[in-house]
Design a protein around this ligand. Structure first.
Ligand SMILES: Cc1ncc(COP(=O)(O)O)c(C=O)c1O
Length: 455
């Protein structure tokens, strides 16, 4: 049997799956600054109406327009591999599968939503988009997407990543986008942070504030903002991953997996793989669904389940999520894409309702896992993805101890070929583990004390 299954182009999903329709308890509405639910009109300066409707949609299935499927078909359906060499190295009775999202032009799952967002913006008459990027994966994905549909793009890149990953900027420029480090002096939000903390490494929260401000302050109304994770419509666009994986597992002769794993920053690649399986779990299938995050940014495992804003300065609505507080400034671990203070409201709700079992892993274990994966399976994964690899290895070792033939599925969310500085630092012995002290978490969470309580 071939170690990978590739579907025919016609087998690419024709609809996205919306977990909001199936959660036992419906997700809480977003609130405006006055504590009342936000209306579509309130979000209209930031996003086009077609995406706002999708954000609030509770239909189980949403059709994927042909124009989007045509671009996705440039690399989708993505392959599902069986990690036989890794299984052999681990000596495990488990069968490990990974969905390979690194095959997109930008190198990760991010274009699944970037293409959809750029396409809907183009339909709505948007001329320019703005966005933030942590590791650079989302910025390059949206740069690629905007070049496909014909939109201009400005990207605010978290300063520490801008310095760690100069080639991501070159990728964005190659696709025609402008990329500047955040905080910058081009926005009020950026100038405020620079005045207070001139040497800050930046954060996703700050970069989001800058990108939203840049969009809403364009008097023509022709500039809109795009977010790479967290929001419902972004997670929706990613569900092609899990739907394809189901069809591919069936072709491998597998039924329901025992364990489904994804790394979780804002939650989009994890949700993309896990939500279609979560539907089966809600319908009665037994399965462990594990979002994996770093010990240094433990929003789901140690954050509060509370109303918080999605950025530093309150440009976004209040959302119920697992959060470390929007004032959180993360340690500069190499998994830049996992350094966000909150978790997607839909992932947070599913965790709160007992459907998922979040886990934190340390940076060193992740790099060790990534190196073992590279030396067995061959692929050099992104530092974010290494968290999923580490958890998959933990689960395989558990299956060995229990003597069980478990089926483990994880999302290989991106390759690490633009992140070799992290690997270099690991080999040079410059990396270490970091666990966020409880007092620091409590300090950051003080910033959300005045927000409405979850009832
Ligand atoms: C390769 C890769 N995986 C995972 C993530 C985390 O984001 P999300 O949780 O939205 O999938 C990122 C974010 O930049 C990424 O680049």
């Amino acid at each position: 049997m071939s170690p990978r299954v590739i579907l025919d182009p016609e087998e690419m999903p024709k609809q996205w799956y919306n977990l909001a329709a199936d959660l036992p308890k419906p997700p809480k509405p977003y609130l405006g600054p006055d504590g009342n639910p936000v209306t579509p009109e309130m979000m209209a300066p930031i996003f086009p109406m077609n995406l706002i409707e999708q954000e609030m949609c509770t239909d189980r299935w949403v059709d994927i327009p042909d124009g989007i499927r045509e671009v996705l078909a440039k690399w989708r359906p993505s392959p599902l591999h069986r990690a036989k060499s890794l299984e052999k190295a681990l000596g495990t009775p488990a069968r490990i599968y990974y969905k390979n999202e690194s095959v997109s032009p930008a190198g990760s799952h991010k274009p699944n939503s970037a293409i959809a967002q750029a396409w809907y913006n183009k339909q709505a008459g948007t001329k320019r988009m703005t966005t933030e990027t942590g590791a650079g994966q989302w910025g390059s994905a949206l740069a690629f997407a905007c070049s496909q549909v014909g939109l201009d793009l400005k990207v605010y890149m978290v300063r520490v990543s801008f310095e760690q990953k100069p080639y991501r900027k070159v990728m964005m420029e190659t696709w025609g986008a402008e990329c500047i480090p955040s905080p910058s002096d081009t926005t009020e939000a950026g100038r405020r942070v620079l005045a207070e903390m001139p040497d800050t490494p930046g954060s996703l929260g700050i970069a989001i504030s800058e990108a939203v401000e840049a969009a809403v302050s364009d008097p023509s109304g022709e500039t809109k903002y795009g977010l790479g994770s967290v929001l419902n419509h972004v997670l929706l666009h990613q569900t092609v991953i899990g739907q394809e994986a189901k069809a591919q597992l069936a072709k491998f002769g597998e039924k329901t997996p025992d364990v489904v794993i994804g790394c979780a920053g804002g939650g989009s690649n994890f949700a993309g793989l896990a939500f279609p399986f979560c539907a089966d779990k809600i319908a009665g299938s037994e399965m462990d669904i594990i979002p994996v995050e770093p010990f240094s940014c433990p929003s789901i495992t140690r954050g509060a389940y509370a109303y918080d804003i999605g950025d530093k300065s309150g440009m976004t609505p209040l959302m119920v999520m697992h959060t470390l507080g929007h004032d959180f400034i993360p340690s500069p671990i190499h998994a830049g894409g996992l350094r966000y203070h909150g978790m997607a409201p839909l992932v947070s709700a599913a965790v709160d309702q007992g459907l998922m079992s979040p886990r934190a892993v340390h940076q060193m274990e992740c790099f060790e896992a990534a190196v073992q994966f590279a030396r067995t399976e061959g692929l050099i994964v992104a530092p974010e993805t290494s968290h999923a690899v580490a958890a998959a290895i933990q689960e395989a070792n558990k299956a060995t101890e229990e003597g069980k033939e478990k089926v483990i599925l994880f999302n290989l969310s991106g390759h690490g070929l633009m992140d070799l500085k992290g690997y270099q630092a690991f080999f040079a012995g410059e990396l270490s583990d970091y666990e966020l002290p409880q007092e620091e978490i409590e300090g950051f969470l003080a910033g959300i004390k005045g927000f409405p309580k979850v009832v």
